[in-house]
Design a binder for this molecule. Structure first.
Ligand code: ADE
Length: 247
């Protein structure tokens, strides 16, 4: 997968993209990330990327020309002509990011992310340049850089081969529509707090059952809204009913 990111602050990406799982994915050639500075697509002496808002008001607006030029330049240099590459603007006005969207995006060969800055972007960018707008939550950040890192991280770890085993992706919180079950590692007892007995039993069927139950219980307690769309089998639905009644 190739990911291009357009930003006014390329330095912000240096830390997160050079560590851990992400770094390994790049080193193994599973993903290529190119960070582009929007200012390089301006033509005036001051490399202007923002301007006052027509109609007045405080706050600057990101200009339309540098973004169009940047996207067109990247497209012509880097993508096959016949490919409809998603051009995604990170903005609090976008559709809410989720594990499902991460999975969809992880199936793309190319992604182009635009980090919005200042108080907004010229709306013609939304109308005529981007194909999608994504928000990472109902709060406002100073720009789209952190959201672009969040989206990239969630997408890259779903590319086959990036994590050691695909199973850990399948069992993640949200992957099944439920929160993940509790996990423990050594020591077996710490300050008198023991690891649940079932996990030491070696009985794989019992362990699998217990984990599924715990997932459902956790989701019911913490994120009951997720249960509306979770995929549960008959036994699980019965368990949920019982838990709901005893709540
Ligand atoms: N830019 C500023 N806030 C944002 C958010 N919550 N999601 C995506 N982009 C943003």
């Amino acid at each position: 997968m190739r990911i291009d990111i357009l930003t006014l602050f390329p330095q912000m990406f240096q830390g997160p993209f050079n560590e851990s799982i992400f770094r390994r994915a790049v080193d193994r050639g599973l993903v290529r990330v190119n960070i582009h500075n929007m200012r390089e697509y301006t033509h005036d002496r001051h490399h202007t990327v923002d301007d006052y808002s027509y109609g007045g008001g405080t706050g600057m607006v990101m200009k339309v020309e540098p973004l169009f030029e940047a996207v067109e330049s990247i497209k012509s240099r880097a993508y096959p002509e016949d490919r409809d590459v998603p051009v995604i603007l990170l903005t609090p006005q976008g559709r809410l990011f989720s594990q499902k969207i991460a999975r969809e995006l992880s199936q793309q060969e190319y992604l182009l992310l635009i980090c919005g800055r200042y108080e907004g972007v010229d709306d013609r960018i939304k109308e005529h340049l981007v194909t999608d707008e994504i928000s990472i939550g109902d709060y406002v950040l100073s720009g789209g850089e952190l959201p672009a890192m969040v989206v990239t991280d969630a997408v890259v770890r779903m590319i086959p081969g990036v994590l050691g085993s695909m199973e850990s992706v399948l069992e993640d919180s949200h992957a099944t529509g439920l929160l993940e079950y509790p996990q423990y590692t050594r020591p077996e007892v710490y300050r008198g707090w023991s690891v649940p007995e079932v996990l030491l039993s070696g009985n794989h069927a019992r362990i699998a059952n217990w984990r599924r139950e715990q997932s459902i219980m956790r989701t019911l307690e913490r994120r009951p809204d997720l249960l509306e769309s979770a995929e549960l089998n008959k036994t699980e639905r019965q368990l949920l009913e019982r838990l709901r009644k005893s709540h």
